[in-house]
Design a binder for this molecule. Sequence first.
Ligand SMILES: [Zn+2]
Length: 165
Amino acid sequence: MKTSCLNVRKSKNGNGVFADKNFEHGEVILYFEGKFLDDEDIEFGSYEDQHGLQIDKRTYLVSYGLDDFINHSCSPNCGVKEFNGKFILVAIRSIKKFEEITFDYSTWADYSTWMKGPLWKMKCSCGSKNCRDIILDFKFIPLHLKKKYIKLGMVPKYTLEKNKK
Ligand SMILES: [Zn+2]
């Protein structure tokens, strides 16, 4: 799969999305596009469950495109932002051609507010020196990281409201 400036190829954790050109800090990498699904319509363990972007407490944006292959990193080069009702992936630093595109999955994760059963968690092997080993909901990440991500505008409204308390 390939667009003019991104392509999917093998990364150290399965497939990943790679830059096919240099990106500048602040540049839009891609738009998340797809259908909006209520969590009740998503079967546990399904493709939608594994690839949906949580955009509200109970709503997921599920696409079937390039964004499904973007891996998590604890030292990401991109962040997800909401802009005029659209969800975009933006470079938070300059990115070199051939570099893997990543964002921190914890920034858009607040599953434990409604999920019954065990907490959402994912093992991480991103290899960054700041690797947290286990990826959890935003509210469980270290305070300095929360502040950094909030400042960058990479944290959705539904999470921010709760973290004000
Ligand atoms: Zn990591």
